[in-house]
Design a protein around this ligand. Structure first.
Ligand SMILES: Cc1cc2nc3c(=O)[nH]c(=O)nc-3n(C[C@H](O)[C@H](O)[C@H](O)COP(=O)(O)OP(=O)(O)OC[C@H]3O[C@@H](n4cnc5c(N)ncnc54)[C@H](O)[C@@H]3O)c2cc1C
Length: 283
């Protein structure tokens, strides 16, 4: 995939994760079939912590291409594997026609705080990007963090590290979800001031339940604006909660589009309803 071409016109993409059961997969394909109406440029498939879903990620990506005729993009982390093993996995991906990659460092295993690379492994995603580039034959996107990565010492440090990923050969940035557009614009401006002009595609997530609020804040550190949080917490029914989250996401997307973003990367959580409603209103 040539990201420049993809984002020469406005493009949407969806992120999904490999379901745990065969029934989950059947229902996922129903949801994705419904999302086909948005003509997604690609569907990205997450990679379980430590590569725990590698086979499932690759299998699902191939099925997306074969059954839906949509380009799959695989997430790929360097947790727990040294360079020779990573090379093998990348060769397997290539043999299966999976040549579009979101290159990630990944998180440390649940029981450890620090990310400790294997002796012949990679410490940061920029090293993985350079490695993938040295193999050749892949197009590479990387992750960006509008509110900085939780482990980064400062926003400026994190932007510098993001620049290193682009300098290593990444062609596109997909962002962590965020709920305040000013955070996204600050990231784009900071990158532009360093001469980085690759597409920075905002990751959009409509909150649909109260239980997601703490979970997402924990996972990403994303701040939910107090007014929105209060409205979500005081909503009377699950439908009301979802309507509030979707309305906020629609407002975010309209503002982003008005301000020239090249696309949306929608965190679908394997469901079509919320992201579909957002896109139906915005596109
Ligand atoms: C769109 C998106 C999709 C994701 N999908 C997955 C997934 O499928 N599976 C999964 O396990 N995780 C996924 N993640 C989470 C991701 O793995 C974690 O956020 C992880 O902690 C960091 O990965 P990274 O690639 O951003 O790492 P890096 O870019 O390596 O950054 C990690 C930290 O190190 C710092 N840093 C980076 N480079 C350097 C350097 N050269 N020197 C010093 N410090 C540096 C950064 O500032 C940051 O604080 C996803 C995140 C996003 C935004």
């Amino acid at each position: 995939m040539n990201f420049k071409d993809v984002y020469s016109a406005f493009a949407v993409s969806f992120e999904i994760f490999p379901p745990k059961t065969p029934d989950g997969e059947i229902s996922l394909f129903d949801e994705l079939t419904s999302l086909k109406r948005f003509n997604p440029a690609f569907i990205s498939v997450t990679y379980g912590a430590g590569g725990s879903t590698r086979d499932k990620t690759f299998d699902l990506a191939v099925k997306i291409r074969e059954r839906l005729s949509i380009t799959p993009l695989i997430h790929f982390t360097c947790v727990g594997s040294g360079a020779p093993v990573i090379r093998q996995h990348l060769e397997t991906a290539k043999q299966r026609g999976l040549t579009d990659i979101l290159a990630l460092r990944g998180d440390p295993p649940r029981d450890s705080v620090d990310f400790i690379p294997p002796p012949d492994g990679f410490s940061h995603a920029n090293e993985l990007v350079a490695f993938i580039r040295s193999i050749g034959g892949f197009s590479v996107a990387v992750a960006g963090y509008p509110e900085k990565h939780p482990q980064a010492a400062s926003f400026d440090d994190d932007v510098e590290h993001l620049k290193m990923k682009i300098d290593a050969g990444a062609e596109c940035i997909l962002t962590q979800f965020f709920f305040r557009n000013e955070d996204y614009f600050r990231l784009v401006d900071a990158l532009a001031s360093k001469g980085i002009h690759v597409p920075v595609i905002p990751g959009m997530l409509p909150i649909t339940s109260v239980s997601q609020i703490e979970k997402f804040a924990d996972l990403s550190g994303a701040v939910i604006p107090p007014g929105l949080k209060e409205r979500l917490l005081t909503s009377k029914t699950p439908d009301d909660t979802a309507a509030i989250g979707i309305e906020h996401c629609i407002r975010q997307c309209r503002d982003l589009k008005k301000n020239g973003v090249k696309g949306f990367h929608m965190y679908s959580l394997n469901k079509s309803k919320a992201v579909g409603e957002v896109l139906d209103s915005v596109l």
